[in-house]
Ligand binder design. Structure first.
Ligand code: FES
Length: 155
């Protein structure tokens, strides 16, 4: 793998903003995910070489943050917050509803490739729990009925 010319330019700019190459790992991984949709083993090796880090160091960062995908995801990547405020406000029932509605489990993608489902840690929207993200968009104060409406619009 290799960055596109545009992403290589963005990467070079990123390096000027951080005191060390190592410090640029999160935005570099974000560029990779933006380009491929997920971060493969090959991509982690590439990032390691770019930033003078071992692949296992890169892996430790990728697996720590739930925002990084280790495998391809669907067109609409649904991330349900499972942390305290959302858990208390019904996140589990949203997950159950999504599993039933989409006929997939957490970590899976629908057969048509439209939806992927996963749970994540706090999305920093605790005051409007339960919250989810679909790709880059927040959806807050959710109920199963509101979720159905959103899914219908995306289908
Ligand atoms: S606990 Fe869900 S957004 Fe913070």
């Amino acid at each position: 793998m290799e960055f596109t010319a545009d992403n290589k330019k963005k990467f070079d700019t990123l390096l000027t903003r951080y005191p060390t190459k190592k410090a640029a790992i999160l935005p570099t991984l974000w560029l990779v995910q933006g380009q491929y949709g997920f971060i493969s083993d090959e991509a982690m090796e590439y990032v390691g070489k770019l930033l003078d880090l071992s692949p296992v160091h890169v892996l430790s960062v990728v697996t720590f943050y739930t925002m990084f995908n280790r495998k391809p995801v669907g067109k609409h990547h649904i991330q349900v917050c499972r942390t305290l405020s959302c858990a208390m406000m019904g996140a589990d029932s949203l997950v159950d509803h999504l599993k039933t509605k989409l006929k997939i489990n957490e970590g899976e993608t629908t057969r048509d490739g439209k939806f992927s489902l996963c749970t994540v840690e706090c999305l920093a929207s605790c005051g409007t729990a339960p919250a989810i993200m679909i790709n880059e968009a927040y959806h807050e104060n959710l109920t199963p009925a509101k979720l159905d409406k959103i899914l219908a619009e995306l289908a």
